[in-house]
Design a protein. Structure first.
Lengths: 340, 797
């Protein structure tokens, strides 16, 4: 994803016993001019969307070694997150340690992944914690993501929101998770939304930008689709469902709608955008369901951390337990796996 | 090599096979073969047998006995014997049995799902998530109908022993659709399973025994078409229900003609899948997957004709091709498959032949890049296939393929979309995709099909009727309308046989002048709101009692029927009028008839009625017209509730153009009793009045004229009833035919109706007391005057 990530992947290749193909270097999404024709007439059918996600999990499943591998991939796509008022440097350091070693060593060995350098996709924190995280992750190749722009409501003055981005970038954040102004969506002020996200993207500079739509507050899938499209036009590297603070966070129908907007954007502009569901994704079953969604609707390129992330804090624990079960055939306990 | 690392590179799904151990053990226990289930026990396997194979690998699953005439006879006798006690049970007692069947199906869900997958080749995902749950749902729903039968259908009784023939595409589900309503109504059943897929029906027979269903209520015979023909022809069968091909449906229509058997046919289709430019395209693409790649496309209501608005067609097809690349075809027991195996090699040949014909006709075929890699391994697999640039006139657009092949064409305007959609012999189902509900409902109302799914496809529920228009058959399965297929009016059991009508007098000059004197009167035909001379140029004499010569009446022929049908088609505005407006016309008609009551009574008296009987017939006729004026804006359909965010409408739609052969008796009341419900529901009719006493009906010409009945709504052709009925039965532009005459005429119209499979309602030569309100009017008439269209509309934001 960022330069540092690319280096990390290079390290993986070097340390592995076999050559690992580097992910193709993609141009970042540069965005487009504000083009209402790309989204204005879009109307998403709720029932059909629900039917698709309801049957997706029944149409595909992964078992045995395939399940273990898919869960490893899920770990690699996690933005291991702490976004709480009581975060301290100590808590963030713990989280970073877990990001470096997300899976117990014996399980890594049992899966034959000693040389694989398994880490989470990123660590995600508040701006004040970026410096701590950057230090704690030094040399790991794990990017630090920071929320910004008056997270989670986004209702602070624009100059403050942009300043917050610059601060986090200055502290060493590689990725910035911005929040959009829901009011622009709810009032149909798409041009204002475009301008806002554009300005934020500029403030991010080299750091990659994830645009949080807070879909639980946009309510309709058509709103979600349009907000997603406008954010991509304005240069978002990722579109992300939720802050984790809304009443309803990542759901499969919302994700399907956003994923399809990513696909349409690719078809219409030739540019690639990533997707990050966040909030409420806690179980192995959820993780597999989202991976299946990505594979079916977008393809294998979206099964890698440069284009897909889970925003989650407790998901990793459930995956660890499931992997232990996969390896040993015994149901596991949370106490057998190290805390973040 | 490191497995996990390899998988991390490919991110493949890997195998996910469903365990079939227990089902295979069950099959192994029955290695000696399966017999028939008759009178509560399985018969020993003897005589001819057939081999049942797994279409996914060609391996033998079981050996099954073929039922011969003796087996069928024993099964029908067992059903007849059980009928006496079964129909005498209270609704609650029968409900308990149906409830038990539902419960026992649920207890064996996975067993049934795995067995169905082995036998049919459909994916375990579908049998597990769709077929078997719908089976249980069907028995639960009909446990309710058993309970409520006498409350909801007063005056109705079970039709008797039912012969039921089911197809191989949804073996257990079609069994449930047939068996549940029959048992709920109080009928007993002899079911013939499909020769490709008999196994779940056999398992169901075991479940019946386990659930304590009384012996003989459900009987099962196995075999192919010959066995089906034996069952259809058995005189102990009072009702035949068939799901399968239109060709076989036609054979059965002819075979059962005149037998007195009630018949329902659920046949083929070439169902349109209309995509408007403002549809949610990705939703519609998934709709296509559910429409034509559901059950390998082996679905009678498969959305096999995509009709796409021209401006979005390229984008739609691009999206569709991308989606097709993602489909997975293979081992049906694998939980990650979209499509399994086609049922048998003969079907693969059939599909292949049609695909080749499509290519030869210029259709552009496209299959996913992986299509040639679909492993056959002795199995019957066919890749999903798309044809674009399909002309409406091509084989691909007209003929049912019954495989995973979509034919796509484009349209310019909403009207053209519906026109293309209706351009088919079939009329089973249609799917309409638009985010504009104005557009969608407009299409739903004008499509000629028994089911319309708006922004959805292939939705089924036991509470919603399923069945087609046109050559897709007649009768409904599911819901209240489905129950009616297994019920008959109670008075019919005691109805007397009518004598065959006396032949018409020769259409030559009569020996003396017509009685009454006065200016000579010419009684012509009534076509398109005008009196018309008969094409034949012949008239026949009508005589009263003791041979008194009354008048000469036009001898209508086939060309007069043709002209009348043309006129009826032109009067389409009548079907578009509101029920209220039609009621006004009918009330006016009653008013004007009453004004001339004395004149009509005199006419009836001339025909032989006593003065008081004649007066009574006119009064009854006026009342009957008012009865249907009353119904005109009230028999309007129903709302079903399969889901909370689903508006499911059962709309009563007119057949549009109907033929009606009126009885010889009750020359005015019989005519009015049949024509009024038909036109009240919005049909336009071609009616032949009493052949021996047509004058009262002919006197109605002027009353119709003065009552604002638009020309062409009622067309009256006098002449020989059965000759004219023959022409009407053979007329492919008549959608329904009512026949009230003799047994020979019933046999004739039922047989000849097989051409376009028009719905026939005939009296089988039985008398009906037209003066008795329970026999001469009511919902029975209205029910036959409409065809039910079920419209499904999911909604939500």
């Amino acid at each position: 994803m960022s330069t540092k990530t690319a280096q990390a992947e290079g390290e993986r290749a070097a340390t592995g016993s076999e050559l690992v193909a580097l992910a193709p270097v993609r141009d970042r999404n540069a965005g487009t001019d504000f083009t209402p024709a790309l989204f204005e007439t879009m109307s998403v059918n709720l029932s059909a969307t629900e039917r698709r996600v309801a049957t997706l999990g029944a149409r595909r499943t992964v078992k045995k070694a395939w399940q273990a591998a898919w869960l490893i991939r899920a770990i690699e796509c996690i933005d291991l997150t702490t976004l709480a008022g009581d975060d301290t440097p100590g808590k963030v350091e713990r989280l970073c340690a877990k990001a470096r070693n997300p899976l117990r060593a014996d399980l890594v060995k049992a899966l034959g992944l000693e040389d694989y350098r398994l880490t989470t996709g990123a660590v995600c924190v508040y701006p004040m914690m970026v410096a701590t995280a950057v230090r704690a992750l030094e040399g790991s190749g794990i990017p630090v993501a920071s929320v910004a722009t008056g997270f989670p409501a986004g209702l602070t003055p624009m100059q403050d929101r942009l300043a917050e981005i610059r601060y986090a970038v200055g502290e060493g954040a590689h990725e910035i998770d911005i929040v959009i102004s829901r009011r622009h969506v709810l009032t149909g002020n798409w041009a204002a939304l475009y301008d806002e996200v554009r300005a934020m993207r500029e403030a991010c500079g080299e750091a990659h930008m994830k645009a949080i739509l807070a879909t639980g507050e946009l309510k309709t899938l058509s709103n979600v689709y349009r907000a997603s499209m406008v954010s991509m036009m304005a240069g978002a590297d990722f579109v992300k469902t939720s802050t984790g603070m809304e009443a309803v966070n990542a759901t499969l129908p919302v994700s399907l709608t956003m994923v399809r907007s990513v696909r349409d954007y690719l078809d219409l502009t030739g540019q690639v955008c990533g997707f990050k569901p966040a909030g409420g994704i806690r179980t192995t079953k959820d993780a597999i369901a989202w991976l299946i969604l990505m594979k079916e609707e977008l393809g294998n390129d979206w099964l890698k951390p440069d284009l897909f992330r889970f925003g989650a804090s407790s998901l990793l624990g459930d995956i660890e337990r499931q992997i232990e079960h996969n390896v040993t055939g015994r149901y596991s306990s949370a106490d057998r796996h190290g805390l973040a | 090599m490191n497995t996990i690392r390899d998988i991390l590179d490919t991110m493949d799904y890997g195998p996910a096979p469903e365990d079939a151990t227990d089902v295979r053990a069950w099959l192994a226990r029955h290695e000696a073969g399966f017999g028939h289930f008759i009178g509560g026990a399985f018969t020993k396997v003897k005589g001819e047998t057939f081999t049942v194979s797994n279409p996914a690998n060609g391996q033998k699953l079981a050996q099954v006995a073929v039922a011969d005439a003796g087996d069928v006879d024993r099964a029908v006798n067992a059903a007849a014997k059980a009928l006496k006690t079964w129909r005498a049970l209270s609704g609650n007692e029968r409900a308990r049995h149906l409830y038990a069947l539902a419960r026992h199906v649920q207890k064996h869900t996975r067993f049934l799902a795995v067995l169905e997958t082995l036998d049919n080749g459909k994916t375990i995902r579908e049998t597990r998530d769709i077929d078997v749950p719908l089976v249980a749902r069907h028995f639960y729903h009909h446990a309710g109908w058993a309970e409520l039968r006498d409350d909801v259908f007063p005056g109705q009784e079970p039709v008797g022993v039912c012969g039921q023939i089911i197809p191989w595409n949804f073996p257990l589900l079609m069994l449930a659709w047939k068996v549940a309503p029959a048992l709920a109504a109080g009928c007993t059943v002899v079911l013939k399973s499909a020769e490709h897929t008999p196994l779940t029906a056999i398992a169901f027979a075991e479940i019946c025994a386990e659930a304590g269903l009384p012996a003989g209520v459900f009987n099962l015979v196995n075999g192919a078409g010959e066995t089906g023909a034996l069952l259809a022809g058995h005189e102990g069968v009072a009702k035949l229900a068939f799901t399968g091909s239109t060709a076989v449906g036609r054979l059965l229509r002819r075979q059962t003609a005149g037998s007195g058997k009630k018949l329902s046919l659920e046949l083929g289709g070439k169902s349109p899948f209309i995509v408007f430019e403002n549809a949610d395209l990705d939703a519609a693409i998934e709709g296509v997957v559910d429409a034509i790649w559901f059950n390998q496309g082996e679905v009678c209501c498969a959305g096999s004709r995509a009709i796409v608005q021209e401006g979005i067609a390229d984008r739609f097809h691009d999206k569709l091709r991308a989606r097709m690349e993602k489909l997975r075809v293979g081992d049906p027991l694998d939980k990650s498959m979209d499509m399994g195996a086609v049922v048998a090699p003969v079907q693969i040949e059939q599909i292949t032949a049609k695909v080749k014909a499509g290519i030869a006709e210029g259709g552009q075929m496209w299959q996913p890049s992986w299509a040639h890699t679909v492993a056959t391994g002795g199995g019957c697999f066919f890749p999903p296939t798309l044809f674009t640039h399909v002309a409406p006139s091509s084989t691909l657009a007209q003929e049912e393929i019954f495989g995973p092949v979509l034919a796509s064409m484009t349209f310019r305007t909403p009207a053209e979309a519906v026109q293309l959609a209706n351009n088919s012999r079939y009329g089973l189902a249609a799917s309409v995709w638009s985010q504009n509900l104005d557009e969608a409902f407009d299409a739903a109302r004008t499509l000629k099909s028994g089911i319309v799914w708006i922004n959805s496809t292939n939705l089924f529920d036991a509470s919603a009727g399923f069945g087609g228009y046109k050559e897709s058959g007649f009768g409904r399965e599911g819901g209240r309308e489905g129950m009616r297929e297994y019920l008959v009016p109670a008075f019919q059991a005691k109805a007397k046989a009518l004598p065959e009508s006396a032949p018409l007098a020769a259409p030559t000059p009569a020996p003396g002048p017509a009685s009454g004197g006065g200016l000579d009167r010419t009684v012509k035909l009534y076509v398109g709101g005008k009196q018309a001379r008969p094409d034949s140029g012949y008239s026949y004499p009508v005589t009263g009692p003791k041979g008194r010569h009354l008048a000469e009446v036009g001898l209508g022929n086939r060309k007069d029927i043709r002209n009348a049908v043309e006129a009826a088609h032109k009067a389409s505005a009548w079907s578009g009028m509101t029920g209220h407006a039609r009621a006004q016309v009918l009330y006016f008609l009653a008013e004007n008839l009453e004004l001339r009551a004395a004149e009509f009574a005199a006419r009836l008296a001339d025909a032989g009625a006593s003065a008081s009987a004649a007066r009574r017939e006119v009064e009854a006729s006026v009342a009957r017209i008012m009865h249907y004026a009353a119904w005109a804006d009230k028999y309007d359909g129903a709302v079903r509730a399969p889901d909370k965010r689903m508006l499911t409408l059962a709309l009563n739609e007119p057949w549009e153009v109907m033929g009606i052969s009126c009885p010889d008796e009750a020359p005015l009341l019989g005519f009015v009793s049949l024509v009024m419900p038909a036109i009240a529901m919005g049909n336009r009719v071609v009616a032949t009045p009493s052949q021996s006493q047509p004058l009262a009906a002919c006197d109605l010409y002027q009353v119709l004229d003065t009552s604002d009945v638009p020309g062409g709504v009622v067309n009256i052709v006098t002449g020989d009833r059965d000759t004219l009925a023959d022409t009407m039965a053979k007329h492919d532009d008549i959608a329904a035919l009512w026949y009230f005459g003799g047994t020979k005429g019933t046999e004739l119209v039922e047989r000849e109706s097989a051409g376009n499979l028009k719905a026939v309602w005939a009296n089988n030569g039985k008398a009906r007391d037209w003066f008795d309100a329970t026999q001469g009017q009511g919902e029975e008439f209205l029910f036959h005057a409409v065809r039910i269209k079920t419209v499904w509309t999911p909604f939500g934001v």
